[in-house]
Design a protein around this ligand. Structure first.
Ligand SMILES: *[C@@H]1O[C@H](CO)[C@@H](O)[C@H](O)[C@H]1NC(C)=O
Ligand SMILES: *[C@@H]1O[C@H](CO)[C@@H](O)[C@H](O)[C@H]1NC(C)=O
Ligand SMILES: *[C@@H]1O[C@H](CO)[C@@H](O)[C@H](O)[C@H]1NC(C)=O
Ligand SMILES: *[C@@H]1O[C@H](CO)[C@@H](O)[C@H](O)[C@H]1NC(C)=O
Ligand SMILES: *[C@@H]1O[C@H](CO)[C@@H](O)[C@H](O)[C@H]1NC(C)=O
Ligand SMILES: *[C@@H]1O[C@H](CO)[C@@H](O)[C@H](O)[C@H]1NC(C)=O
Length: 393
């Protein structure tokens, strides 16, 4: 639940056995094959509060969408990250022993769009995603692709000046993070409010109610953003809770191990009665501890929260809720060496994907389609790694 620990400071001195080779991540296991498009959305109504010069807030987003039936998939490899981003993040980890060009050589197995399925894109329910503080949206692509393969359009955004690096199209300069991890509670509250504004703008823009370019081919020109669900990690989890409280289009969400900073509550949220489902999915050993961050926060601010659930992923850490378990175990083998497991947890990458996909899909189907799910009602034998608790209820 911390966000103040930097992953790269502790992912120390691993001996990577698969340096420099192409690393192809296999396709997800859901009903659909998935493809991804990226897009720049500029909010001309809002100056970026963090930009050094007056500049409209400019988001880069990724849209993962079901593009063909999995069984009819024609695979198309796409780079895990664009080149500058891969190099930048790789360099951050090079002191930990990550060989140059490792990330640049990772590819995701996407699926060539099939006309018939792609034409239905507008009918698949939408899930938004907000990354952790300073984290690129790209380090969650495997998780998001996996969720999309269950029949969702999953849309992630970077948040300029807190995201490590954002590459824009048209040869614009990349934007690097300027906000630091040692921010105060008040600053994190403010960052979260800016992020929640990003989310509402994104819904306006993709829904066609704001002046932006149309969605990239082969997607339909706009999406129906009137009812969506949301997922977020760390500060993105807090963003999920705040965006849900503020925006009537977001009907439910899941917070992956994100601290709810006290100062997130400003005059626009205090007293807000949140009657929307929110799942808190915590790293190991946070459930029922005296460290009652979540419990207190919800008791204090959302007393009438109608439906709520707290889960804990056994053997996980804060960074388990990223693509790193999948990626690092493919580079160094599984089980992970102790030094790495101390940072990433000891959950197998496939279990991270399977678990987050199943619980998020169940939540989205519940809030968007009123489909009940046993997974959300009681502990499941299929997921022994998930500690289930409805003590908040
Ligand atoms: C799909 O299933 C296989 C076999 O169980 C597993 O190894 C793989 O990690 C799964 N992929 C995803 C994305 O869940
Ligand atoms: C890796 O890249 C860095 C920065 O580009 C460079 O200084 C270093 O020599 C490279 N290391 C290897 C082993 O190529
Ligand atoms: C945060 O860290 C940066 C550099 O690491 C330092 O310059 C700055 O003074 C610190 N800010 C606070 C509020 O401690
Ligand atoms: C959209 O915004 C751009 C930039 O502000 C402006 O040039 C353009 O005329 C606008 N288009 C419409 C249809 O409002
Ligand atoms: C969007 O979806 C909502 C609810 O599912 C529906 O009521 C509305 O008519 C749809 N809007 C459009 C433009 O299709
Ligand atoms: C957690 O890790 C321990 C030790 O590695 C292992 O024995 C246990 O089976 C794991 N629990 C789960 C639920 O994966």
């Amino acid at each position: 639940m911390i966000i103040k620990t930097s992953l790269l400071s502790i992912l120390a001195f691993i001996s990577f056995s698969h340096a420099g080779e192409n690393l192809i991540i296999p396709p997800p296991n859901g009903t659909y094959g998935v493809n991804v498009e990226t897009m720049n959305l500029i909010d001309h109504s809002r100056q970026d509060p963090f930009a050094p010069h007056p500049t409209p807030r400019s988001l880069m987003i990724s849209i993962f969408y079901p593009s063909a039936l999995a069984c009819e998939c024609q695979t198309e490899l796409k780079p895990y990250m664009p080149p500058q981003t891969a190099q930048y993040i790789n360099t951050e980890f090079s002191a930990s022993g990550l060989p140059n060009d490792t990330l640049a050589n990772v590819a995701l197995s996407m699926c060539v769009p099939d006309d018939e399925i792609t034409r239905q894109t507008g009918e698949f329910p939408i899930i938004l995603f907000s990354p952790g503080f300073s984290a690129s949206r790209y380090i969650y692509s495997m998780i998001l692709q996996s969720i999309a393969s269950e029949g969702f359009v999953v849309i992630s955004t970077d948040h300029p000046f807190d995201t490590d690096i954002i590459e824009y199209p048209h040869g614009d300069d990349a934007v690097l993070a300027t906000l630091t991890l040692n921010a105060t509670d008040e600053q994190f509250g403010m960052y979260t409010r800016v992020r929640a504004d990003d989310i509402s703008f994104l819904l306006d823009a993709l829904g066609g109610s704001r002046n932006t370019s149309a969605l990239p081919c082969p997607l339909p020109p706009s999406l129906n953003t009137s009812r969506v669900a949301m997922l977020g990690h760390s500060l993105g989890g807090a963003t999920t809770a705040l965006a849900m409280a503020r925006d009537p289009r977001i009907l439910g969400g899941m917070n992956l191990d994100g601290t709810m900073w006290d100062s997130i509550h400003d005059s626009s949220t205090i007293g807000f009665t949140l009657a929307k489902p929110l799942v808190l999915f915590l790293e190991a050993a946070n459930m029922n501890t005296p460290d009652g961050d979540y419990k207190n926060w919800y008791a204090q601010f959302w007393p009438s929260l109608a439906w709520k659930l707290q889960l804990e992923l056994r053997n996980s850490t804060h960074f388990t809720f990223t693509d790193f378990p999948v990626l690092v175990e493919r580079l160094v083998g599984f089980p992970l060496p102790d030094a790495v497991a101390g940072v990433l947890g000891s959950v197998a990458g496939k279990d991270v994907l399977r678990t987050l996909t199943a619980y998020m899909a169940a939540l989205a189907r519940m809030v968007l389609e009123c489909t009940p799910s046993a997974l959300l009602q009681r502990p499941s034998e299929d997921f022994p790694g998930v500690l289930y608790s409805n003590f908040l209820a």
